[in-house]
Design a protein around this ligand. Structure first.
Ligand SMILES: C=C(C[SeH])C(=O)N1CCC[C@H]1C(=O)O
Ligand SMILES: [Zn+2]
Length: 601
């Protein structure tokens, strides 16, 4: 009768996929309504739909697990049942599920609605500054350590500090849900996405490959910060004060390029000014990205995308400004919500989000259960991979954002690699430690009484940064980062920042812009796959798979490799790595930071 069970199982799974698509559509619509307009009414609606959906999903799940799917012959049907047999947080009893949903929504709205008073304004009357765009712009542009410290500290007082107790409750409920899904804890539940039992070891090995390059970049940047801000503010051998790196979380350092650039007086490669001079608008930025995807013979954005997306911050209402891409699971409705500003940084974020939408479009005909990335890192890597081509000076000249200029200027080349490293290399320790901290919290090795101290130990150990003021357990600095309060895993970005270079290398090869037999003949960092249908078709074929196969199969389809491999990233940055080692030797810069973080007074 197993034969009959499999025949029945096939019908059952086909129906279940259709039902889950409708449930997801309903849930995503309610979540979109709330995230794009935070009101009590929309919060209630979102919560009710969530509760209702969870009930139905749990009922279906009880039927799903009754099938003897482990003994099915059809591998694909088995894979669909395997995925569907994990219920997720809906496994919680109704009251606890509601508590968990409420806790996450409350933390997210504290973050989204946080407003700060301007620096130097002691009257504290008009404290209307939001993270996007005002505060992010201060962190990017201010060169006053005091002003930077004000926004850095106040942001943490207005977000993380207010979420500390909510977070502890969130952790308890997440672990309960994980156990109800037969996972040891929520860390194991999150890691299940990568379908490999040595995933944590793998990412640690990848970090070990990259770390020497990061240490050289850190030493060089610290030297330049020391020149600008002096020994007192930036000790030559210490950790870097977190507020001086151009970003609220010190996760990317591109905004301090202007005074850390290796060779002054070269052609400007930060195209923000050109974008403003050429009257770029958010819409033009999105159209530019759409045009690149179409040049690869990939899908154009459908009409509905342009009608339903929110690409500029709407006035007169509260909303979650953190950029996001949405699949409504009906094969037609795909949206981006982004409070876009006209900067080079946001031009890359636009490509990042458009990469998510392109993935949705490519796998829209898969069964609902497969409408996700091969793993979550793949989903984060699509847009960034395209942006690696867009960001080249060669491409920026093609689209008129840079003036025509000779290509072969080795010093300009180092400048470009350095700018890219400020985003891609600087990011890696942050992308790694975010979930090292959370895995510890879920596993219980990081306890609530040490949340903040352990956070800063990791920030110090991996990033070599330290807080500008003393921190205590009254603070909860992880909660100042969207993904922590928003229940969004983060190792996906670390994975993305490694595999996007593997994707880039494979696509450049297909575009005839890279020769693995002679890697320096056409340097990987100068490759631009624009208008290459060979590259586009290969990328599209991999994206169409969704999560229908284990991710090594998708990786192999595009790159010929079955593993994550940092060699592509190291190949891309090789010229910069050599330059940094020489430069740091020339200046006598010490590599690394002192063994004990000096506690700020
Ligand atoms: C742009 C998004 C939405 Se998926 C994002 O959260 N990113 C993109 C890169 C890293 C991470 C962050 O902002 O922290
Ligand atoms: Zn993303």
């Amino acid at each position: 009768e197993d034969q009959d069970a499999e025949v029945e199982g096939r019908d059952y799974m086909a129906k279940l996929n259709k039902e889950m698509a409708l449930l997801s559509n309903k849930q995503v619509k309610a979540a979109w309504a709330y995230d794009s307009n935070i009101t009590e009414h929309n919060k209630e609606l979102k919560l009710n739909v969530s509760l209702e959906t969870a009930k139905v999903v749990k009922e279906r799940w009880l039927n799903t697990i009754r099938f003897p799917w482990q003994s099915f012959k059809d591998e694909d049907l088995k894979r669909q049942f395997k995925k569907m047999s994990i219920l997720g947080t809906a496994a919680l009893p109704d009251d606890k599920y509601e508590k968990l949903e409420n806790t996450i929504t409350t933390m997210t709205s504290i973050y989204a609605e946080a407003k700060l008073c301007p620096y130097g304004d002691t009257s504290n009357t008009d404290c209307q500054l939001s993270l996007e765009p005002e505060i992010s712009e201060k962190l990017a542009k201010s060169r006053s350590p005091d002003e930077l410290k004000h926004y850095w500290v106040e942001w943490r007082n207005s977000t993380g500090r207010k979420c500390r107790n909510l977070y502890t409750e969130y952790v308890t409920l997440m672990n309960e849900a994980a156990k109800l899904n037969n996972f040891t804890d929520a860390a194991e539940y999150w890691l299940h996405d990568f379908e490999m039992n040595d995933f944590e070891k793998e990412v640690q090995k990848l970090w070990n490959v990259i770390e020497p390059l990061y240490m050289q970049l850190h030493a060089y940047v610290r030297g330049r910060l020391n020149e600008k801000y002096g020994d007192e503010m930036v000790p030559k051998q210490g950790a870097i004060p977190a507020h001086l790196l151009g970003n609220m979380w010190s996760q990317t350092w591109g905004n301090i390029y202007e005074f850390t650039v290796p060779f002054q007086g070269k052609q400007q490669i930060d195209v923000t000014e050109s974008m403003k001079q050429q009257n770029y608008t958010p819409l033009k930025m999105f159209k530019l990205s759409d045009e690149f995807f179409k040049s690869l013979n990939l899908s154009a954005m459908p009409e509905l995308f342009w009608n339903n997306s929110i690409i500029e911050k709407p006035q007169g209402r509260e909303l979650v400004c953190h950029a996001s891409a949405w699949d409504f699971y009906d094969g037609e409705d795909f949206r981006i919500k982004e409070c876009t500003v006209v900067t080079m940084e946001d031009l890359y974020t636009v490509h990042h989000e458009m990469g998510h939408i392109q993935y949705y479009l490519q796998y829209k005909d898969q069964p609902n259960v497969y409408k996700e990335g091969a793993n979550s890192g793949f989903h984060e890597a699509v847009g960034d991979t395209i942006a690696l081509s867009v960001s080249t000076p060669k491409h920026m000249r093609k689209i008129g954002l840079l003036d025509p200029q000779s290509e072969d200027d080795p010093q300009a080349d180092i400048n470009f690699l350095f700018l890219t490293a400020l985003d891609k290399i600087a990011f890696l320790p942050f992308g790694y430690l975010m979930d090292v901290w959370r895995w510890g919290v879920f596993k219980g090795t990081i306890e609530p009484k040490n949340y903040n101290c352990q956070w800063w130990n990791l920030r110090w150990r991996y990033q070599g940064i330290e807080p500008p003021v003393h921190r205590s357990e009254e603070d909860f600095d992880p909660g100042a980062k969207y993904h922590i309060v928003g229940d969004t895993p983060y190792i996906r970005y670390f994975v993305s920042f490694i595999i996007q270079f593997q994707f880039h290398r494979a696509l450049c090869e297909k575009a005839g812009q890279f020769d693995p037999q002679n890697p320096t003949s056409k340097p990987l960092h100068q490759c631009d796959i624009y208008q290459s249908t060979e590259a586009g078709n290969a990328l599209g074929a991999m994206l169409k798979m969704g999560s229908s196969k284990p991710w090594p199969d998708a990786m192999e389809a595009l790159t010929g490799q079955r593993k994550m491999d940092a060699s592509a990233l190291m190949q891309y940055f090789a010229p910069l790595y050599e330059w940094l080692k020489e430069e740091n030797k020339r200046t006598g810069a010490s590599i690394g930071w002192r063994t004990h973080p000096q506690q700020k007074r």
